[in-house]
Ligand binder design. Structure first.
Ligand code: NAD
Ligand code: LMR
Length: 343
């Protein structure tokens, strides 16, 4: 409820007022992978956010061009583009960053699972995490690169190895699952999607994504419910198929990433009751070996303030949770093992 209100200020009906508001303090936000399909629109949305005063765009290629383009948008923030050998490289890009969003990495093609991206993206995320741990260890790190279920544990292990891990500041971005779940139910029920905020828990891949429709006040039965759950779980595949080899969700993901960053900034700047879903270190299923889990999280000035419990679920939802927990365990172990074997 509160997250929906929070996000509405920039992404909903009252956005005009939010965009013209003035920033209350200086905030540097960095995007790693800013030249890519997500990175470009995400950079644009962050440029439109008055809470961001300095936008730092890094990519192995293309970020200075994106920065030049975005910098002409008539909002106050400064924008600088960095490449490994340009403008001071990643060190300059990350120095003083309060929030770092990481969409760097390859996207899926039809027929692939997110886990199929592991071999390429694990080392990209590991190396970027090393830079973050060295240069901006106190920043909030928002991991978008897939497979999120494993890239978040990879980032945590890197931070741990450098003695700077703070579980309150590491987030796997699962906002898009809630955005989809909310949009899809609004299509079925002919409601305003801005007023929907379906709770989605678990992880960010297929059956690890668990929508809890029973907590929304809506009900679907039989095949309609099964189809809805499947669409939420495999919404990413819908986009991958439609793009026919040209990548995965970029525009909706940019919106979701910008919404999460906006919520973090609001909380950092003192707003109370800011709630967003996120894949974070969580006690909820720790006894089953699942150390990271996505649920609604209350955000505060120091990052994670409170992890919400799962609440009341139906028998069917409990079965989905059991499947998700089983799969997540393997995804997490894979990420942890990767860093141990490839430090
Ligand atoms: P893309 O290929 O269009 O862009 C990726 C960018 O990362 C490229 O510009 C590339 O040059 C850059 N890059 C690669 N290695 C880098 C490095 N070491 N340092 C800096 N930049 C580097 O891909 P995309 O469509 O933007 O997707 C990016 C990732 O986000 C994929 O892994 C995709 O699966 C994931 N994704 C996650 C979600 C989510 O909900 N969490 C949603 C959509 C996509
Ligand atoms: C998504 O949910 O759209 C992303 O995780 C990208 C993908 O591979 O589906």
């Amino acid at each position: 409820m509160l997250a929906r209100q929070a996000s509405k200020s920039v992404f909903g009906a009252v956005s005009r007022r939010a965009f013209s508001a003035s920033a209350s303090h200086a905030t540097k936000v960095a995007v790693l992978g800013a030249g890519g399909g997500i990175g470009q629109p995400l950079s644009l949305l962050l440029k439109l956010n008055p809470r961001v005063t300095e936008l730092s765009l890094f990519d192995i290629r293309g970020a200075p061009g994106v920065a030049a383009d975005v910098s002409h948008v008539n909002t106050k923030s400064t924008v600088t583009g960095y490449e490994p050998e340009k403008n001071g490289g990643i060190e300059a890009a990350l120095k003083g960053a309060e929030i770092v969003l990481i969409p760097a990495g390859v996207p899926r093609k039809p027929g692939m699972t997110r886990d199929d991206l592991f071999n390429t993206n694990a080392s990209i995320v590991r190396d970027l995490a090393k830079s973050c741990a060295d240069i901006c260890p106190d920043a909030a790190i928002l991991v978008i690169a897939n497979p999120v279920n494993s890239t978040v544990p990879i980032t945590a292990e890197v931070f741990k190895s450098k003695g700077v891990y703070n579980p309150k500041k590491l987030f796997g971005v699962t906002t898009l699952d809630v955005v989809r779940a909310s949009r899809f139910i609004s299509q079925l029920k002919s409601t305003d999607p801005a007023n929907e905020n379906i709770v989605v828990i678990g992880g960010h891949s297929g059956e690890t994504i668990v929508p809890l429709l029973s907590q929304s006040g809506h009900s679907l039965e039989g095949q309609e419910l099964a189809d809805y759950i499947k669409r939420v779980q495999f919404g990413g595949d819908e986009v991958v198929q439609a793009k026919g080899g040209a990548g995965s969700a970029t525009l909706s993901m940019a919106m979701a990433g910008a919404r999460f960053a906006e919520s973090l900034l609001k909380a950092a700047q003192g707003e109370k009751g800011v709630i967003e879903p996120a894949y974070v270190e969580s006690p909820l299923f720790k006894d089953q070996g699942v150390t990271y889990f996505s649920t609604n999280v209350e955000l505060g000035p120091n990052g994670v303030e409170k992890i919400h419990p799962i609440g009341k679920v139906t028998e069917g939802e409990q079965k989905l949770i059991d499947v998700a927990v089983g799969q997540l365990k393997g995804n997490i172990e894979k990420g942890v093992k990767f860093v141990k074997e490839n430090p």
